[in-house]
Design a protein around this ligand. Structure first.
Ligand code: HMG
Length: 388
């Protein structure tokens, strides 16, 4: 039985900061951001946009051609949750009008948890082939103003329907994974911004990649050369170059510049222009690779490496299905990116500094473009959403 991705879409904020604008404001050479880090732009959420509205918009798009009554489970992966108790997926379940006989819950392990959801969904469908799972991965990446991590912020959500009638990619059952207790990136409950040991986090990422690959290879005997494309978790797009050179090196492969570009470049286009969307970053790269690759990828094998700080890594494989292009939302995604409003630097800091109430007084949100859904109010400590 084939199990995999039947439908996949992303949504990102309608507002964007060009990193050259940030470089000018910071007095930094823009080349550092564009070439050194590999990021051009970052999506910035306006007041009234949160992980719920981002996920609902992505979910709405991904469910366009799916019978919503077939969705038996919603997994909501995030590390920017709005509540310590209630799962964000329950708001989305309501906004998307899914049936009540549906299991909904939230997953957390930094940027990795969406992958845990995907692979668990795969196992569940193996047992119950007529059921479908909606996986939402939604995050707002937020670091301190003026910190080294600031230029790697971003905001967005991925929605995927996993079923036994995949149209885009099958997900192979075997994988290699690795866990180690490290403090490379974390966000204590009392903070809005992540803390990070940046250079160390890159080293831990590469170690988790090595360990995950070794287990994957040991279990499957599948080699580096059997993959046509490689998608990585992308905190910033140059991370893929570092990761891919590293993977080639541990496999004793002398990678040419042309091979490097072929293997990873199409998967960087969207991430370079959106930023880190944490849980969804790997899958944004997958969408980018499928939608920006001029070559027909049918029947090609793709390596997927997921990494979440703290840390967990997992490497697994997917096989692209013939006819996949007919099921992508390329035009929608391109127009979503092209129609974003560019922010000035003061507009960016205004969005960044917007304060949500924390004391139970009623706060009505100013109106910005947040797609089909918005957080309209916080009242008596309750978040109130509306469909537009
Ligand atoms: P930094 O100190 O700003 O940058 O930190 P740098 O000084 O290391 O420079 C970066 C690169 O730009 C270097 O190239 C420089 O040479 C180059 P490299 O040595 O890497 O090849 N450079 C220039 N290039 C051209 N022209 C110039 C120029 N100047 C310098 N003028 C860092 C960078 C990524 C560490 C920082 O942005 C950061 O802390 N980011 C956040 C943490 C992060 O993204 N870590 C990645 C791995 S952990 C992860 O992926 C998990 C995560 O997604 C969270 C989760 O799991 O939930 C983050």
């Amino acid at each position: 039985m084939n199990i995999g991705i039947e439908s996949i879409s992303f949504f990102t904020s309608r507002y964007v900061l060009d990193l050259r604008t940030m470089a000018k404001a910071r007095g930094v050479d823009a080349e550092k951001y564009v070439n050194g880090i590999g990021q051009e732009k970052m999506s910035v959420p306006p007041p009234g946009e949160d992980v719920i509205t981002l996920a609902a918009n992505a979910g709405h798009q991904a469910l366009e051609s799916i019978d919503t009554d077939s969705i038996e489970m919603v997994m909501f992966a995030t590390e920017s949750a709005t509540d310590q108790s209630k799962a964000g997926g329950i708001y989305v379940h309501n906004l998307l009008k899914l049936k009540p006989h549906c299991r909904v819950f939230e997953l957390k392990q930094a940027c990795y948890s969406g992958t845990a959801g995907l692979l668990l969904a795969r196992d569940m469908i193996h047992q119950y082939p007529d059921r479908k799972v909606l996986i939402l991965m939604s995050d707002i990446a937020r670091y301190g103003l003026n910190s080294a991590g600031e230029i790697t912020q971003g905001a967005g959500a991925i929605a995927m329907v996993i079923s036994s009638q995949p149209k885009i990619m099958t997900i192979e059952p075997e994988s290699g994974y690795y866990t180690e207790d490290v403090m490379d990136f974390w966000r204590p409950n009392y903070r809005d911004e992540a803390l990070v040991d940046g250079k160390y986090s890159v080293r831990v990422y590469l170690k988790a990649l090595t360990e995950s690959w070794n287990l994957y290879h040991q279990r499957t005997h599948i080699g580096f050369e059997q993959f046509s494309r490689f998608c990585y978790h992308l905190p910033f797009s140059r991370m893929a170059e570092k990761a891919h050179k590293h993977l080639a090196k541990i496999n004793h492969i002398d990678l040419s510049e042309h091979e490097l570009a072929t293997h990873i470049n199409d998967g960087l286009v969207y991430n370079r222009n959106i930023g880190n969307i944490y849980t969804g970053s790997l899958y944004l790269s997958l969408i980018s690779m499928l939608e920006n690759n001029p070559q027909d990828m049918s029947n090609h094998k793709v390596s997927l490496f997921s990494y979440g700080s703290g840390c967990v890594g997992e490497l697994f494989a997917g096989q692209v299905l013939p006819g996949y292009r007919n099921h992508l939302s390329s035009d929608l995604h391109q127009s979503l990116l092209e129609s974003r409003k560019e922010l000035t630097y003061p507009e960016y800091t205004d969005f960044y500094n917007f304060a949500y109430v924390q004391d139970g007084t009623t706060q009505s949100m100013p109106t910005f473009d947040t797609g089909c859904y918005r957080l309209s109010q916080i009242k008596n400590h309750k978040r109130i959403y509306e469909t537009l």
